[in-house]
Design a protein. Structure first.
Length: 543
């Protein structure tokens, strides 16, 4: 049993990076691994070798973060060649290096060096070759949280390298030559190949298909798929593919890889909160970019309600704590965009959050057609897009990492530009049951006239007819229905009002039944009554 007693150990000799390579090397050589860290690493290694999953979970979720916070906050853990013993344990070393490099990416100022990026990639190759090349399932058990974060970190480090690779303006000739001669390191095809290989090895797609139809997934799992390591790595690889395709701007393929997963349904595979939140973020974003606003709103609302109701799960400082908080804020921004473009009712608690925070002001600006606010919200909330191929190393030294996000932003703004007038038209139509085209054109003209002398009613009416047709078209979305795959659905009108034009008259009718606030208040009253009753019983017992 390992005891985490850190008192009495002096770590002052292990100083943070000074910026002087020779001094840093001297500090590293002078540093000796403390005895309690050594005993922790022995305990860590034994937990892996003996397959003690619960103890390994404690190592991963509690002991490693605690040691990191206490003593390795701004410095790397000891290098693996400093902790090697006579027993050279391959599995332990590659797993230790995975955590070692992950810590450098997350905590070390300035991030990893080019050599560390390469070494981390080669270490992932070792991990996945060990798992995938075996003729029989390997005897390795890892906590589900570690497996999720391993896949998530693998995709993240690819993303980080792609952005680093695209910034040519500060690279030395030697760095450019190294990148050019190692063009298969962190190559997108290699990353895709790993994720698809894990999916295929685990037979997870077939398992999910059987599970969705109410059958027993173990009946089709096979030798590898019935092993927890392969099954969960396969499932998490599907989410990794969702993220990767979203980063590359292929939203159709992003949704397609989850065709046998019902995102909004709790299952035995979706018990890792960070995985569930990440899945919903990328699914909702893909729906939004495919102009399936109803599905995007449903996806974001569902996961944001889940986060509201399970806040205590994210109270502790887990490895992905900051990422969860950031994605939550991003999803509120994306939900605000979708509700401006496609207004509909959402849960009262979600609505309350949108009213209380700065989102309300942002939504008001977007409803008034402020394209800059649309762009700002989109750039903040979207994934950090990647180009599928890096710029040639002999290109003009520049930062090419922003090209993909600029392209996707422009695609989004082009779509918003087509709908810019719709909120204004909607606000007028909601005030009338019948409205002459000329009158609405006059209203619209008063809002947009820059030079009254050039204003022409007939031209305004023709322009208005185009906007009204656009309103009809944009309010009709493909909407997912229960039991269908993520890409399937039926065309439905999501507008709360409908209209038709008879000669020069617009006839308007509400299509949505008013929200029943009575039911909401009755539920709250009953809930408070139940709380009061329980408090009364507690009070009686205390007396």
């Amino acid at each position: 049993m390992y005891t985490d007693d850190y008192e009495g150990c002096d770590y002052d000799d292990y100083a943070v990076h000074t910026g002087d390579p020779s001094l840093d090397e001297y500090n590293r050589q002078q540093y000796k691994v403390p005895e309690n860290v050594k005993s922790f690493l022995v305990y860590f290694r034994n937990s892996i070798n003996e397959g003690r999953v619960f103890e390994l979970q404690n190592v991963y979720e509690h002991l490693w973060p605690k040691l990191t916070e206490a003593h390795f906050e701004k410095m790397p853990w000891p290098e693996w060649n400093e902790i090697k013993t006579a027993e050279d344990d391959k599995v332990f070393m590659i797993l230790y290096k995975e955590l070692y490099f992950r810590h450098i990416y997350a905590r070390i100022q300035g991030g990893p060096s080019l050599e560390q990026r390469f070494n981390s990639f080669f270490n992932y190759c070792e991990i996945f070759n060990y798992i995938l090349s075996a003729e029989q399932p390997v005897e390795l058990e890892l906590p589900d949280l570690w497996m999720w974060e391993l896949i998530d970190e693998f995709v993240y480090q690819f993303q980080s390298f792609s952005q680093y690779r695209a910034r040519l303006q500060k690279k030395t000739p030697q760095e450019l030559e190294t990148l050019n001669s190692n063009n298969k390191v962190w190559n997108v095809l290699c990353v895709l190949n790993v994720l698809h290989s894990l999916v295929d090895k685990s037979n997870i797609k077939r398992q999910l298909e059987v599970y969705a139809s109410g059958g027993n997934p173990d009946s089709v799992a096979g030798d590898f798929g019935s092993h927890s390591l392969y099954k969960m790595l396969g499932y998490f690889s599907l989410v990794g593919l969702l993220r990767l395709h979203s980063l590359l701007g292929d939203y159709y393929q992003a949704i397609k890889v989850l065709e046998n997963i019902e995102v909004h349904k709790k299952s035995q595979y979706s018990h890792i909160p960070a995985c569930q939140i990440s899945t919903s973020y990328y699914v909702g974003f893909a729906y939004m970019m495919m102009r399936r606003y109803s599905d995007a709103i449903r996806t974001f609302s569902s996961i944001l309600l889940y986060i509201q109701r399970t806040k205590q799960l994210f109270a502790s400082k887990t490895y992905q704590h900051d990422q969860i908080n950031k994605q939550t804020d991003q999803m509120y921004h994306l939900l605000a965009i979708c509700l401006v473009l496609h207004p509909q009712c959402v849960d009262e608690s979600i609505q309350q959050t949108l009213r209380e925070k700065s989102y309300h002001e942002k939504m008001y600006k977007m409803q008034c057609g402020d394209l800059q606010e649309f762009e700002n919200s989109f750039v903040f909330a979207c994934p950090k897009f990647l180009s599928p191929y890096p710029p040639p190393t002999d290109s003009i030294p520049d930062d090419y990492s922003k090209e993909a996000i600029h392209h996707q932003t422009q695609v989004f703004i082009d779509e918003v530009q087509q709908q810019r007038m719709l909120p204004t038209i909607r606000s007028y139509l909601k005030l009338y049951t019948t409205l002459p085209l000329s009158k609405l054109a006059t209203f619209m003209g008063q809002n947009n006239k820059s030079d009254p002398s050039k204003w022409d009613l007939n031209k305004e009416i023709q322009s208005l007819l185009i906007h009204l047709l656009c309103f009809k078209h944009k309010m009709k979305n493909v909407v997912w229905s229960k039991g269908a795959s993520g890409l399937e659905g039926k065309f439905q009108s999501g507008s709360e009002l409908d209209f038709y034009i008879d000669n020069d008259m617009i006839h308007i009718a509400d299509t949505k039944v008013a929200h029943r606030y009575g039911d909401f208040f009755i539920r709250k009253i009953l809930k408070f009554s139940d709380i009061n009753r329980k408090l009364h019983h507690i009070h009686i017992r205390l007396q």
